[in-house]
Structure formats: structure tokens, C-alpha cells
Ligand binder design. Structure first.
Ligand SMILES: Nc1ncnc2c1ncn2[C@@H]1O[C@H](COP(=O)(O)OP(=O)(O)O)[C@@H](O)[C@H]1O
Ligand SMILES: [Mg+2]
Length: 376
């Protein structure tokens, strides 16, 4: 059964007389996940918001949006408000814009839950605490007493998912829920969304420009371009047998990315620091006394790897950095980049670059910014 049927959805900006979405027709099967993909500006968010009836007033929508047979386009604002949250729940790209910045998170959550269920404060706290723990948020009570700006994007995203867990909506609309997050949070948030679907059997519309994520979570795909749906089908069909040039391009770009990823992952050693000793002169100009700052330091760094170097102040971290950059010479040992010694100038210009601790001393204050960049 289709839980949602959208027929001939047209969205027009009456301010500019622009048609933004043309004749959008699609269905969402109960319990399934429909992904909407497409480049930025193709109309994905506006389509999602039109289902929630949350677009700006100058964006007029026409056509039918049938939720369990009921036409949302014909409902009054009051009736629509009852739909939002409990029946249709939206998880936004930017957690920060989803919460009221002037109050702590708990207040917002309580308002929403009181409106839909009329629960007591204690009940709400109990339910939210469980839901937040299930999306790996530690110290839920503490979090509920914080303002949105005191939490990271990943945490806010998880709070929205936790709220969805409590609301148990019929349809979850997730509009690029991971785009604003770092890679690790992205992965975790997608995992949580998959679990949420499994647990509650909710139907989902998942907007993303990342086909890798889409492949993981969705059953069917719509591809949008310039406000039109240009291709649709189930996941396997789209990946193996895309018809439209644009979809083929999206799929091949994804393949290229994952090949690149594989290459990096199985990567070769890019940097080899081998048995480095470094001494600095101690005392005045004529002093012969030396202090050893690096003793027999060796390590390797693979292509694509991020290696952290930590140590107390004065332990030699920055010195090591300068040796890798070839700005200073080691007293003993070598630094090899792609097999070449960084001290002989055969290493590609710009192959190793640094972001210094103190930006003021790294850019010449007498030049306009474009000058030092152009010299590369
Ligand atoms: N509030 C708005 N008023 C007028 N036009 C808008 C508004 N929001 C988005 N648009 C326009 O609608 C089109 C689709 O935008 P959007 O749905 O946000 O794209 P996507 O989510 O696919 O990146 C774009 O051309 C955009 O400029
Ligand atoms: Mg968008």
C-alpha cells in the first residue's frame, strides 16, 4: 500500500513567477525508504517541505499530496499542525535551525511532546532519556539542559532522531541529515536512521546527494534535476542500468569516489621518517653545548592516513614538522616523501604543506592575500 501519493505537484514562486518544481509525481510505499537525489538547487528540499506544507508563503503549491488517502493540500493550517510531528516528522540538514536557540533543548522537546501526547514532564523526561541513550547520546539529562549552540551538529541530529523515536511518526522525511556532519558522525547518524526504520517500520523519504549513503538505506530512488523528476526506480536498477545521462553521471561519480577511497585505503607509504636525530644549540652564539630534541624518531604515514602526533610542550612536535617540510635539516636520519629525500628539492612543489599554529607569522603581512597564494 502507498502511504503517500504525490500527484502533479507544482511549486511556483509567485514573487518571481518562476516554476520551481514541475509536475512531481511519485509514491512512497508503506514501510519503504525513498531516496531523492540530485544536485543542489534541483528542488529536493522544496519538495519535502511541500509535503509538510512548510514552504514560504510566496511558494505556492498545487497538485495532490495524499497521505493515507487524505489530501494534505486541502487541510487547514490547524489540521496540518496535527499532522506534523506525530504523522509526518522532518529531520533537517542543520540541527541548529531545527531548535529554538533561545531555550534549552528540553523545553523544545517537551513542547512538542505535550502537544502530541499530553504527557507529564516526568513521562517525557523518561521517554526522551531512553530514546537519547538508544542513539548513543550520553548524559541525556545534562543535554536537555543545554542550548542548541552548546551542542555539536552530530548531537543535534541525534536528538532529532531520538525525538522521532518517541513520536513514532508514520513518515520520516530526512533532508540531507548527514551533510553538515564530519565523516564519523555521518556514518553513525545513518546507522541510527537505519535502526529507527527497523525498529518502527516507519516509511522514509531520504534526501541526499551521496549515492553511497543512499545505497545503504533506500529501496527506491528519484533523481531530480531543475525541478523535474528525471529518473526513478529501485536501487539495483538505478545503479546497474541508469537510463538518463545525468543519473549515469551521478553513478559513475560515486564509483570513481569509491575507487579513490579504496586506493587510499590500500595506500602505499607516502612519508617515511627514518631514524631522525636533531640537536639544537644551547646557550650563546659561541657555545658548543647542544640539546638533543629528537632521538631516533622513525614512523611511516600511508597515503590518505591521518596521523596524530601528541606530546607535551617542548617535546619536539613542531621541530619534527619542520624537518618533514624540509625547512630544517636533521642531524641524523632521513625524511623520505614518495621515496625522495625532502632535503633535495626533487619533491613536488606543494606536495607537503603546512597549516601553522600561528597564522599571523605564516603569511607575509605586507602582501595582499592573493599574492602569497599565487606564488605557488
Ligand atoms: N524560500 C525560497 N524562495 C524562493 N526560491 C527558493 C526558496 N528556497 C529555494 N528556492 C529555489 O528553489 C529551487 C530549489 O531549491 P531546493 O529545493 O532548496 O534545492 P535542493 O534541496 O535540491 O538543493 C532553487 O532554485 C532555489 O533557488
Ligand atoms: Mg536541499
Amino acid at each position: 500500500m502507498n502511504i503517500l501519493e504525490v500527484k502533479n505537484l507544482n511549486i511556483r514562486d509567485v514573487k518571481t513567477d518562476n516554476d520551481i518544481v514541475h509536475n512531481g509525481t511519485f509514491t512512497l510505499k508503506e514501510g519503504s525508504c525513498l531516496a531523492i537525489v540530485g544536485e543542489s538547487g534541483s528542488g529536493k528540499s522544496i519538495t519535502c517541505r511541500s509535503i509538510m506544507r512548510l514552504n514560504k508563503s510566496w511558494l505556492q503549491q498545487s497538485g495532490d499530496i495524499l497521505f493515507k488517502g487524505e489530501n494534505l493540500n486541502l487541510l487547514s493550517e490547524k489540521e496540518m499542525r496535527k499532522m506534523r510531528g506525530k504523522k509526518l516528522c522532518m529531520i533537517l540538514q542543520n540541527g541548529m535551525s531545527a531548535f529554538d536557540p533561545s531555550c534549552v533543548i528540553g523545553v523544545h522537546l517537551k513542547e512538542t511532546l505535550v502537544e502530541h501526547f499530553g504527557w507529564s514532564n516526568k513521562e517525557i523526561e523518561e521517554k526522551m532519556k531512553n530514546a537519547m541513550e538508544s542513539v548513543m547520546l550520553k548524559n541525556p539529562i545534562e543535554i536537555m539542559n543545554k542550548h542548541p549552540h552548546q551542542l555539536s551538529g552530530g548531537m543535534l541530529q541525534r536528538i532529532m532522531i531520538a525525538l522521532a523515536l518517541v513520536l513514532e511518526p508514520d513518515i520520516i522525511i530526512a533532508d540531507e541529515p548527514t551533510t553538515a556532519l564530519d565523516t564519523i558522525s555521518q556514518f553513525e547518524v545513518v546507522e541510527q536512521l537505519i535502526k529507527l526504520r527497523e525498529k518502527m517500520g516507519s516509511s522514509m523519504i531520504f534526501v541526499s546527494h551521496d549515492l553511497g549513503v543512499v545505497k545503504k538505506i533506500a529501496d527506491n530512488i528519484l533523481v531530480m534535476k531543475d525541478g523535474k523528476i528525471i529518473e526513478r526506480g529501485n536501487i539495483q536498477a538505478i545503479f546497474s542500468d541508469a537510463q538518463h545521462e545525468y543519473t549515469k553521471y551521478l553513478v559513475s561519480a560515486k564509483e570513481e569516489l569509491s575507487n579513490q577511497f579504496k586506493k587510499i585505503w590500500g595506500g602505499v607509504n607516502l612519508l617515511k621518517v627514518d631514524s631522525i636525530d636533531k640537536f639544537y644549540k644551547k646557550g650563546g652564539m659561541f657555545s658548543k653545548e647542544r640539546q638533543q630534541v629528537l632521538k631516533n624518531v622513525s614512523f611511516e604515514c600511508r597515503n590518505g592516513e591521518c596521523l596524530g602526533i601528541i606530546g607535551e610542550s617542548g617535546s619536539g612536535k613542531s621541530t619534527l614538522g619542520r624537518l618533514i617540510l624540509g625547512i630544517e635539516k636533521p642531524d641524523q636520519g632521513t625524511v623520505l616523501f614518495e621515496g625522495k629525500n625532502v632535503m633535495d628539492r626533487r619533491v613536488r612543489l606543494g606536495a607537503i604543506s603546512a597549516v601553522f599554529q600561528d597564522y599571523k607569522s605564516s603569511i607575509n603581512p605586507f602582501l595582499r592575500l592573493k599574492k602569497p597564494f599565487r606564488s605557488r
